[in-house]
Design a protein around this ligand. Structure first.
Ligand SMILES: [Mn+2]
Length: 271
């Protein structure tokens, strides 16, 4: 694992749920991460900017600008950057196919890894409705499933026009701590099903702030996590293999090693 000061080069990086504009965004750590990680392509997998927060009260410290500048600079230097909006930055969903500052906007993407495996890349909030009503939809069948997603997309667009916030799965799931594990499992299953319907090998998403790489009935389910708590990213190596990077852990470990030994001693802290 790379220590501080060593730049790593990847084929692709996947980052999501930064929530720029919310006080919880770990912009300093992300900036640091972007400094030490280069890639040919960077996918921003949604909820990069927290439009709902900004609508309520404007909070845009220098750290937010620094992150945006860093990404734009990467784009200028030749990194392909694809921005897939999430529910918190859904204002960008009105602009699929557009470019700004060298950044492409797309609803979802199919990414082919270096080894030829295909992955569906999407934020994942469109499946909230399926997760919420999983049992009912399973009972009603395929048509109800498709209808539920279609209605949800229309409803989200109407709410957006009316200036109402999108219903947030992740916030809601966190409130239901007892059931959160079930909901995460259900979300993963539903997203893996979508990958199967698209006849791809895997899926890379965000939204639920739960970074993981796992196999779900033959589909490689990958979640990028977030830059609010976990500070995680997914990286594709040049051979097509994927890596889950937890930057906070690497940073903390590197900082501990940099500390002189006596400072780490419990006696010193007690004193
Ligand atoms: Mn989201």
């Amino acid at each position: 694992m790379a220590g501080a000061g060593e730049i790593r080069n990847f084929r692709t990086l996947f980052i999501s749920d930064v929530h720029l504009g919310s006080k919880a965004a770990r912009t300093e750590l992300l900036l640091d991460f972007l400094k030490y990680h280069e890639a040919e392509t960077v996918f921003l997998v949604g909820d990069i900017v927290d439009g709902w927060r900004l609508k309520r009260s404007w909070f845009w410290p220098q750290g937010c600008n620094d992150v945006v500048q860093k990404l734009l600079r990467k784009a200028r230097k030749g990194t392909r950057i694809v921005y897939i909006p999430g529910n918190h930055d859904e204002f960008l969903r009105d602009f699929p196919g557009t470019h700004f500052g060298g950044i492409e906007v797309a609803d979802r993407a199919i990414h082919e890894m270096a080894d030829g495996k295909k992955y569906l890349v999407l934020h994942g909030d469109e499946f909230d409705v399926v997760v919420r009503n999983a049992r009912l939809l399973a009972y009603l069948g395929d048509w109800a499933y498709d209808a539920a997603i279609a209605i949800n997309v229309v409803l989200a667009a109407v709410r957006r026009r009316l200036g109402m916030p999108y219903w947030s799965f992740s916030a809601w799931a966190k409130l239901q701590v007892k059931h959160a594990v079930n909901f995460i499992g259900e979300f993963q299953k539903v997203v893996a099903d979508e990958a199967r319907r698209n006849k791809v090998d895997g899926v890379i998403c965000g939204h639920i702030h739960h970074a993981v790489m796992t196999d779900i009935e033959g589909i490689h389910y990958v979640n990028t996590g977030d830059w609010v708590e976990s500070c995680t990213a997914i990286a594709e190596n040049h051979d097509g293999s994927l890596e889950l990077i937890t930057w906070r852990e690497i940073k903390v470990t590197a900082e501990l090693h940099a500390l002189p030994a006596p400072v780490k001693s419990k006696d010193m802290q007690a004193a």
